[in-house]
Design a protein around this ligand. Structure first.
Ligand code: HEC
Length: 487
């Protein structure tokens, strides 16, 4: 293609094709059509404003960018779905609020975001790539007349790289379109390489961009004794305390404060009612055991019944009313009491077998299908993590703890254990309210009704293992008999 031009004295610059100049867009369009019809495809028009129909006149095919973007969008969509499926349903299965592992509705936001993200980047970068950008210099700038392209002139360029390009015939063709001027442009002689300062700057930016990555990798892999580097100091260190932290404000250093003895939070008044206690406090009083009196007086205290047996602080009163052990219980009580976070009986005896109270055996509220359904919901939210969905004590937390083999995990008791089956409902209610041994109480997070609902569901779970034919509705018994015979 390169052609020696005797007139060009200094060297032998390569031709970059011809540019024809026009005074208005109509002549440009007409010339473009002519060039197009002659079969040239490596052509371009330069105009001071957008000219309608120029694409068609030059024979420019519609861009394929939309299809590339469509592909990128689908890639984003499937990346998001596969990522979420892999993490949630395969690599680290984790039940969240009883939802299925692969939950499409939960995947929508991320899938949407990644679809948009991939498409947007592809649109932007694809546009640059398809237009051959960034272009640092253009040989057309060598032409002085070309400067007017941003002002009032229209140019048509036929590139020398066109496969049909022939210097003379292109010149004749363009001359036939009656241009204002016709000029051969030559390849740009200015250096094509980026100036070294720009390389230096880019190199610096690249190195700087590695710093965060290096810092993260160092933190993940290294073992540094020093506290980490805080960028947002005031966000990392806020003047507040979190649960389980310590404090110097209180003598016992605990930041999670127990209920102040003798106070009742608004709306949490616990009456001397088996509904709130799980046992019958009136029967309790007659049993006269030191432990039990403590419990009752604590309950009385909560109920704020000054006229009753315990008008003052629970421990003081019980100590004086207890004829057998005058002082010891009063001393023990404060030590045993604070850890109980529940508003219900504050005195949770730490005795191994738990308190032996006159448990109620009848539900203090109506048990129907909706109550059991509520119990199922709450059990699956609060209890199943440890006790498992069927109550066998094989919940996810338990299984994880077994895996870790740290040695101090106490397996959750199975609700099908004969000992638990034999427990009166009041006892189970009490366990849920106040906890038992290593299990924390749920009295603060579940209303009494919800706790009774869970009791009813625990009973249903237990019954499900010990059902007999009498439990089956009469009309359905025949079906079971049939199934039995078929076996
Ligand atoms: C963080 C794990 C965990 C959660 C959540 C949990 N438990 Fe427990 N549960 C245990 C452990 C551990 C034990 C055994 C405690 C012990 O004997 O020290 C236990 C014991 C029990 C017992 C037997 C008590 C007894 O008399 O021996 C029952 C009943 C019970 N849980 C019911 C429930 C119910 C109902 C819920 C939901 C409100 C629940 N648990 C939530 C861990 C848990």
């Amino acid at each position: 293609m390169s052609e020696k031009k005797p007139q060009a004295a200094p060297a032998k610059p390569k031709s970059f094709g011809w540019i024809a100049e026009y005074v208005d867009e109509h002549s440009l369009l007409a010339a473009s059509r002519k060039v197009r019809d002659s079969g040239y495809t490596k052509t371009d028009a330069y105009t001071p404003f957008p000219v309608h129909g120029i694409d068609e006149a030059l024979g420019i095919k519609p861009t394929i960018l939309p299809f590339i973007v469509l592909g990128a969008g689908f890639t984003g969509l499937f990346t998001a779905l596969i990522l979420q499926y892999w993490t949630n349903a395969y690599d680290y299965k984790y039940i969240i609020s009883g939802k299925p592992f692969a939950s499409w509705p939960a995947n929508i936001p991320v899938a949407f975001e990644l679809t948009i993200l991939f498409s947007a980047f592809t649109t932007f970068l694809g546009m640059w790539a398809l237009n051959g950008l960034p272009k640092l210099s253009n040989p057309l700038f060598n032409s002085e007349r070309f400067d007017r392209v941003t002002n009032d002139r229209f140019f048509l360029h036929v590139d020398s790289r066109d496969k049909y390009f022939n210097r003379e015939s292109v010149k004749d063709l363009l001359a036939g379109t009656k241009p204002e001027s016709l000029e051969e442009v030559v390849e740009d002689s200015s250096p094509t390489a980026l100036p070294s300062v720009i390389w230096l700057g880019l190199g610096f930016l690249f190195c700087a961009s590695l710093v965060p990555v290096a810092v993260v990798l160092n933190m993940r892999a290294g073992n540094d004794e020093n506290p980490r580097w805080h960028v947002f100091f005031d966000m990392d260190f806020q003047p507040k305390k979190k649960a389980q932290q310590t404090t110097t404000i209180f003598a016992d250093a605990r930041i999670a404060r127990p209920q102040v003895p003798g106070t009742v939070a608004r709306g949490s008044l616990v009456n001397e009612d088996p509904f709130y206690l799980g046992f019958d406090p009136t029967k309790q009083a007659s049993l006269n055991a030191a432990n039990n009196i403590r419990l009752v007086s604590a309950a009385d205290d909560k109920a704020e019944k000054p006229a009753d047996t315990a008008p003052d602080t629970a421990s003081e009163k019980s100590a004086t009313t207890d004829p057998v052990k005058a002082d010891e219980p009063a001393k023990e009580t404060p030590a045993a009491n604070p850890p109980a976070p529940t508003p219900t009986p504050a005195a949770t005896p730490a005795a191994a077998g738990g308190p032996n109270l006159p448990w109620i055996t009848e539900f203090p509220l109506e048990v129907d299908a909706s109550l059991i359904a509520l119990g199922k919901t709450k059990f699956e939210i609060y209890c199943s993590v440890c006790h498992g969905y069927a109550g066998d004590g094989d919940g996810l937390v338990h299984r994880r703890a077994e895996q870790l083999q740290q040695g101090y995990w106490l397996p959750p008791t199975s609700v099908h254990d004969p000992r638990i089956q034999a427990q009166p409902i009041g006892n189970i209610f009490y366990t849920i309210s106040n906890g038992k041994g290593k299990m924390a109480g749920y009295g603060t997070v579940l209303s009494p009704k919800e706790r009774w609902a869970i009791v009813s569901y625990v009973r249903a779970l237990q019954r499900s293992r010990n059902a007999n034919i009498e439990d089956v509705p009469v009309e359905m018994r025949a079906k079971i008999e049939e199934a039995k015979k078929a076996e």
